[in-house]
Design a protein around this ligand. Structure first.
Ligand code: GLN
Ligand code: ZN
Length: 716
């Protein structure tokens, strides 16, 4: 048996993150950035020494998709030429970040270099920059290449079909035409690599989009060894086709695609199998389950044709579990496990599957109508406000015991108070406390619930953003209320009275919670229990928090579910089970609420089409979405599906520091033919990753709202 790996994290010492962010602030040079990447590559290589095949060149400064796009000349012209993007780090890194054409003016009229959109990588919490194909792709000979002089070095590449299925095509060519061109460029590139090179070609899009015409011809034109990988699911539908392809090896995922096991009897005798028998997306050490799986694989495939590996790239787990409290297996530990399995020295932990019963009843609230604002185009934000360096420093000082609980608390209160006052000054209608006390929307809940173990090591979420997914290690419960004091404190800071109503009450502050599906999806769940059972456990804990918020007079409560779409299983046969329980768990969180409590939810993704029914079923009064990049299409399709409640439009992209123009923010609300009292105007996500420019962006948003309201007044 041989051992290999599909890819490694790029987070060593956060070197890349820190250097790129410094570069953006003008505090590091291009040479510094290149060195950071080289240092992490060197570290990763050493960490994977001992594998029979070692992936090289797969990590990037930002993300793999961006690097692959640039290699094939896919660079939106607004940023420069492909050659520019290869030569200049500034150009390269402006693609995901956006840039102003001219220095920004107070009106935000500077420039339209909008960042390329970012999309989720299959059903993971990793995101890639969407390739924008504006002209025929061409392989760029100057794109950087790793050292391939050692035949053990394998070159991982996102395959042409997967790249294409993630792209936005603005050319006049059809997808089959583009595929033929792109595949030709891949061939040219691959055929110039040293002859002994093995290429790890990754095509998970076979699972979602099938295998395109001409794929076999593409492979035939490649004169190097290819290991073709399909991870994140089972290849049931196209196994025979895949097995006949002219490649040296095929990589399969036995975690997200357990059905792959039953296909091995037909596995071709002329190929090697790269068997993903270690879960590349979770942190549990190898167990009796792994041992059993391996035995089954070995029954079908002789050792000389067998590589064992993680089920997907290890970029989805943290780097090293050395300084963690629990007995976890992160990337480095998984490499050690592979070696131990090969040596026969692996220690397999015991494994018992827990039988859990999912609720049969549907959770309902008494009120059957939806709450509607009496303000036209009501305004709000998604929750968080900029987490500046000062905020993060205060938190880390507090964690290290360098400032007292009381000092930390009063600093957080000061920030919250300022934030509320600034929102009032802007004239926002529904206020938030700003989430300064939260490091992360999932980690914060994990720290306050029991049943979670938080980790220190980061995982890349996108570009330079890291998250620390907590591990669900036991039954989940909520020992004490924890968000209530922040929401009530913020409410006590409000001085302005409610705009549209005659009530004379103070403007409301929204309570802010992370939903059950998102908490589970952005944590590492237990492997011995069904995912859906986790949803209900977390939902019960959240329901207690909601009850206490309402008791404390917080009548608007937002329950964020940004991961609901992402967690949709890739296999369509599993959709209805997942959606039913995801929605029902969400409903459980608020179903006991009295009628006056208004439920908001936020989801930041733009692929609603598969889940329109479920969105309606969630039963929230206000749904805040991300629509700036899809330019209103999402809201329109939600409205057209018969969505009965209010929609918040997400009129500008918070992932970019760029100032949106007033005109562009008017496009979406104007294009949407809906009652203005049911159309909220808001940023497309939380503002925590922004700096001070967040306030300027909001000011422009409020300008746009003034114009919209004037339009409403004139109509009357
Ligand atoms: N309330 C969270 C925030 O504003 C929501 C973040 C998210 O959707 N990812 O940060
Ligand atoms: Zn969001």
């Amino acid at each position: 048996m041989h051992i290999t790996n599909l890819g490694f994290p790029n987070v060593y010492q956060s070197l890349i993150k820190v250097t790129v962010e410094k570069f953006w602030r003008g505090e590091a040079t291009e040479a510094d950035v290149r060195k950071a990447l080289a240092d992490v590559q060197a570290y990763n290589h050493a960490a994977q020494e001992g594998l029979d095949l070692i992936p090289v060149g797969e990590i990037d400064l930002y993300d793999r998709m961006l690097a692959t796009s640039v290699r094939f000349g896919i660079v939106p012209a607004r940023f420069g030429t492909p050659a520019d993007a290869i030569k200049s780090i500034a150009t390269y890194l402006s693609i995901p970040r956006g840039a102003q054409d001219k220095p920004s003016s107070a009106q935000g009229s500077g420039g339209a270099k909008q960042a390329s959109p970012m999309v989720k990588w299959f059903n993971t919490n990793y995101h890639v920059v969407q390739p924008e194909i504006e002209r025929d792709p061409t392989w760029q000979k100057d794109a950087p290449l790793p050292d391939l002089s050692d035949p053990r070095h394998i070159l991982p590449l996102i395959g042409p079909w997967t790249l294409l299925s993630y792209s936005i095509n603005t050319t006049t060519r059809s997808i089959p035409e583009l595929f033929a061109i792109l595949a030709g460029e891949y061939q040219k590139f691959i055929n110039t690599l040293p002859e002994h090179t093995t290429v790890q070609l990754e095509e998970p899009s076979f699972l979602t989009k099938g295998i395109p015409q001409g794929y076999e011809e593409f492979l035939k034109g490649i004169k190097r060894q290819v290991h073709l990988h399909v991870y994140f699911g089972a290849i049931n539908d196209f196994a025979d086709k895949l097995f006949k392809f002219p490649v040296a090896g095929i990589g399969l995922d036995f975690f997200d695609g357990p059905e792959n096991l039953s296909l091995l009897a037909r596995f071709p005798k002329d190929k090697v199998l790269i068997a993903g028998i270690i879960n590349g997306r979770n942190v549990w050490p190898v167990s009796a389950r792994t041992e059993k799986l391996l035995a089954e694989v070995q029954k079908a495939i002789p050792d000389d044709r067998l590589y064992i590996s993680p089920s997907c790239s290890l970029l989805h787990v943290p780097l090293s579990a050395k300084s963690e409290k629990g007995n976890f297996s992160f990337a480095e530990e998984k490499i050690a496990e592979l070696k131990a399995i090969k040596d026969g020295t692996a220690k397999y932990a015991p494994f018992t599957h827990q039988n859990t019963v999912l609720p049969k009843e549907r959770f309902e609230r008494k009120r059957k109508t939806f709450w509607v604002s009496d303000i036209a185009y009501p305004t709000t934000t998604i929750g968080s406000f900029p987490q500046t360096a000062d905020v993060r420093k205060a938190r880390s000082d507090w964690r290290r015991g360098m400032i007292t609980d009381a000092d930390y608390e009063s600093y957080m209160q000061k920030l919250t108070k300022e934030c509320v006052e600034r929102q009032e000054k802007l004239g926002l209608d529904l206020l938030v406390h700003g989430e300064f006390e939260r490091n992360d929307m999932v980690q914060y809940f994990a720290e306050n619930f029991s049943g979670f173990t938080v980790i220190k090591a980061p995982v890349q979420s996108y570009g330079t953003r890291h998250v620390r997914p907590p591990v669900i290690t036991g039954p989940v419960s909520r020992p004490h209320p924890f968000t209530v004091k922040w929401s009530t404190f913020a409410q006590s800071c409000v001085s302005s009275s409610e705009g549209g109503s005659a009530s004379g009450g103070k403007k409301p502050v929204k309570g802010m919670l992370t939903g059950p599906v998102t908490i589970v999806k952005w944590a590492f769940p237990r492997e011995d229990m069904e995912q859906e059972a986790h949803f209900y456990e977390v939902a019960r804990a959240l329901a207690e928090e909601v009850r206490d918020l309402a008791k404390a007079g917080i009548n608007h409560i937002q329950i964020d579910e940004p991961a609901l779409r992402e967690a949709l299983p890739i296999n369509p046969a599993r959709h209805s089970h997942y959606l039913h329980h995801a929605v029902n768990a969400f409903r459980l969180v608020y179903s006991a609420m009295p009628d006056e409590v208004v439920i908001h939810t936020h989801m930041c993704f733009s692929e609603f089409n598969d889940i329109l029914g479920a969105i309606k079923e969630m039963g929230a009064d206000v749904l805040l979405i991300e629509d700036s990049k899809a330019k209103g299409k999402v809201a329109a399709s939600i409205r057209d599906s018969g969505f009965p409640a209010s929609i918040g439009l997400g009129v500008y992209d918070v992932h970019s520091p760029r100032l949106p123009t007033v005109e562009e923010m008017l496009v979406i609300p104007r294009s949407l033919d809906m009652d203005p009292h049911k159309v909220w105007i808001n940023p497309d996500c939380g503002l925590k990753t922004r700096g001070d420019e967040a306030w300027a962006q909001l000011e422009l948003m409020m300008e746009a709202v003034k114009i919209l309201r004037k339009g409403v007044a004139e109509k009357k």
